[in-house]
Design a protein around this ligand. Structure first.
Ligand SMILES: *Cc1c(COP(=O)(O)O)cnc(C)c1O
Length: 393
């Protein structure tokens, strides 16, 4: 069908295909785990943010099933109208306790948590100082707030200080940074940023999506990693990565959480997480609080991968976390590399411009506690084979 009103979309899509930028999404025919089934083949999975392997954990499956028998599935409406289920309150209490924060509120996703929080804290007469590599949901939250956004150089506290000093501020100000940056696996210098926020009495918000369940004691996150409890005003997070489910959260001082219940638009105008999501997340918190085994396994796995990759001669960039980028340079090479890995049985995505700068294309290896040592050795052998074949090592 050729509809004139949408002809431009077909042209745009053709242009994407032409430039090798059209994103073909694989269909997974199995649960998310160390291995996934694609096109009937089992592949080693290094794409998911399933850091702790909880996405298909039997304890989470059971918790979700049990909760469905008690509460059903759907939340009915937005919480501020239909009332909120005791299960949601329980999850928020437990998350606050886990993160050693005063209070917590949950959202449908990390994305909506950012869209809720930023416009609730700053408006059109205010200023946001934002790391230039912050996540898309932070960028969109900033736009929704209508505040003036001043970008500072990535992880550069001198530039942040300079930007604060040279920007006239008549209203409120807010500093926002990712905790762990998802493309390079580097960590924000949150302790130093916190000092700057204190010096200038500016609100500080960190998005801990890739830090939760990964950094800090037993995966308590970036604020715990730096021992900054009570000093970072707002911690945004997700329940879709290490927690293995879906949902978003904001942890912080009681008044901020109370305010988000009154003014967080995705809280007020969009329904809550479903019952099985909440029950499964509660079980994730139980697991994380009862043992640090999974977090330790995750780090052991990623340290092993990093060490072996380096020994083979791969460049793994500046990562300090279980996100291991294998730096390749040109986008075409990264795509070819990913395709060859796939043929050999490893599912690992190539990432190119505009997600990362031009000439910095890479394969991003997402490690998980779900992988066995045997899985890692198998994957490493395939990386080595493809690396030699494509003259990368
Ligand atoms: C993944 C991610 C999000 C979005 O989380 P969802 O729960 O998947 O919506 C937000 N912020 C950062 C930094 C992320 O990495």
């Amino acid at each position: 069908m050729n509809n004139q009103r949408t002809a431009w979309i077909n042209e745009e899509i053709a242009a994407l295909r032409e430039a090798g930028l059209f994103n073909t999404i694989r269909t997974i025919e199995s649960p998310m785990g160390a291995w996934v089934k694609i096109d009937g083949r089992n592949l080693l999975n290094f794409c998911a943010n399933n850091y702790l392997g909880l996405a298909n954990d039997p304890r989470l499956r059971k918790a979700a099933q049990t909760a469905i028998d008690t509460y059903g599935i759907g939340p009915g409406a937005v919480r501020s109208i239909a009332g909120t289920m005791s299960l949601h309150i329980e999850l928020e209490r437990r998350l606050a306790e886990f993160k050693r924060a005063e209070a917590c509120i949950t959202f449908q996703s990390g994305f909506t948590a950012n869209l809720a929080t930023i416009p609730a804290l700053v408006g059109k007469d205010d200023i946001i100082f934002s790391d230039e590599l912050n996540h898309a949901s932070i960028i969109d939250g900033c736009r929704l707030s209508r505040a003036q956004v001043v970008r500072y150089a990535h992880n550069n506290v001198d530039d942040l200080r300079k930007k604060i000093n040279e920007t006239p501020q008549n209203g409120r100000s807010l500093i926002i940074t990712d905790g762990v940056f998802s493309m390079d696996g580097d960590i924000a210098p949150l302790d130093k940023i916190c000092d700057i926020a204190n010096e200038h009495d500016i609100l500080l918000m960190v998005d801990d999506a890739h830090g939760e369940g990964v950094v800090g004691e037993g995966g308590r996150g970036i604020v715990d990693h730096f021992g900054l409890h009570g000093k970072v005003d707002v911690e945004v997070g997700t329940l879709s990565k290490a927690f293995g489910v879906v949902g978003g959260l904001v942890a912080g001082r009681q008044e901020i959480i109370d305010w988000l219940r009154q003014r967080g638009r995705p809280f007020l105008f969009s329904s809550a997480m479903t019952v099985p999501d909440v029950a499964a997340c509660l079980e994730s918190v139980n697991i994380l609080q009862s043992s640090t085994d999974l977090v330790e396994k995750l780090w052991a796995n990623s340290n092993y991968i990093k060490k072996e990759m380096k020994a083979y001669g791969f460049d793994t960039g500046v990562t300090e976390t279980p996100i291991v980028p294998v730096m390749l340079g040109e986008a075409q090479l990264a795509q070819d590399f990913s395709r060859r890995l796939f043929e050999e049985g490893v599912f690992a995505m190539s990432i190119g411009f505009p997600t990362v700068p031009q000439g910095k294309a890479r394969i991003r290896v997402m490690n998980s506690a779900a992988h066995s040592r045997e899985d890692l050795d198998k994957a490493l052998a395939i990386f080595r084979k493809v690396g030699k074949e494509l003259s990368v090592i």
